[in-house]
Write a protein that binds this ligand. Structure first.
Ligand SMILES: NC(=O)c1ccc[n+]([C@@H]2O[C@H](COP(=O)([O-])OP(=O)(O)OC[C@H]3O[C@@H](n4cnc5c(N)ncnc54)[C@H](O)[C@@H]3O)[C@@H](O)[C@H]2O)c1
Length: 255
């Protein structure tokens, strides 16, 4: 129990990566606070993670972000880490993008993450804490057919760097992790929504882009992403701030 007493707040806590982050920090002895859209999904994740509490919220407004941070700090007494995991995927030609799709992608992937960070900063000052943001390989390089999602994750990557510079004098670290395709409900949504009725062909198309080659490439697991994030919260990660860290089998390394 390395980190007894430290408190982490995880957004997107009912999703694939968020649930894995919750489990990983809990196993390391952290007190875990979770938020996502629905009570029931959060309760399922928290079951078995003793002491874990949750609060359902739609984070697409600064007021909701402030409420969630206030709830976490009121209950747990402090905040040492914020992990911004909540996110949505949309793909398709830019010429056909609707305003509704634009708004949901930017409101969840950028605005919620920004105002969660903003609300957390006063509390992280007291603990010299840290923020980890979920960016993506799409926040490192262009992805054909996903310009809107790339625009949002590019924003996450550079926001994380700029915020790291802003908060370094106060001892707060900020990093972005950039996974390739992760075996999670989001990936299933992508394949089902955009796979033209053939999710397996969609997965195969994605894996064909990996440098390991046919038969060897696989998707990253949520547990692998969670392990990297928990490492970033350890004292030995003290020099790591302002980084965008790829965890993608080399997918974004070049061609
Ligand atoms: N799955 C991947 O391949 C992949 C790859 C790179 C980066 N990412 C990023 O990792 C993060 C987590 O992805 P995941 O794979 O766990 O996806 P997921 O769909 O399993 O989880 C995302 C969670 O965000 C929540 N969420 C969505 N809108 C919300 C809102 N308005 N308010 C509060 N919560 C909201 C969802 O309910 C969901 O539980 C996202 O930011 C995603 O963009 C995912």
């Amino acid at each position: 129990m390395r980190d007894a007493g430290r408190v982490v707040l995880v957004t997107g806590g009912a999703g694939g990566i968020g649930a894995a982050v919750a489990a990983r920090f809990h196993a390391a002895g952290w007190t875990v606070r979770l938020t996502d859209l629905e009570d029931r999904a959060l309760e399922t994740v928290a079951t078995g993670l003793s002491g874990t509490e949750w609060h359902a919220a739609d984070l697409r407004s600064p007021a909701a972000c402030r409420d969630v941070v206030a709830w976490a700090v009121a209950g747990a007494g402090r905040l040492d880490a914020l992990v911004n995991v909540a996110g949505v995927w949309r793909e398709g030609p830019t010429a056909e993008t609707t305003e509704a799709d634009f708004d949901v992608v930017f409101d969840v992937n950028v605005k919620a993450l920004y105002f969660m960070s903003s609300a957390a900063i006063p509390h992280l000052r007291e603990t010299r804490g840290l923020i980890v943001n979920l960016s993506s390989d799409a926040g490192v390089q262009g992805n054909t057919g996903a310009a809107l999602y790339c625009a949002s994750k590019g924003a996450v990557s550079l926001f994380s760097k700029a915020l790291a510079l802003e908060l370094a004098p106060e001892g707060i670290r900020v990093n972005a992790v950039c996974p390739g395709d992760v075996a999670s409900p989001m990936l299933r949504f992508q394949a089902e929504q955009y796979g033209g009725g053939d999710p397996e062909a969609y997965y195969a198309r994605l894996l064909a882009g990996y440098p390991q080659g046919p038969g060897r490439a696989r998707f990253v697991t949520p547990a692998e992403v969670a392990s990297l994030i928990e490492y970033l919260a350890r004292p030995e990660a003290a020099p790591i701030t302002g980084a965008t860290i790829s965890i993608d089998f080399g997918y974004s390394a070049g061609k």
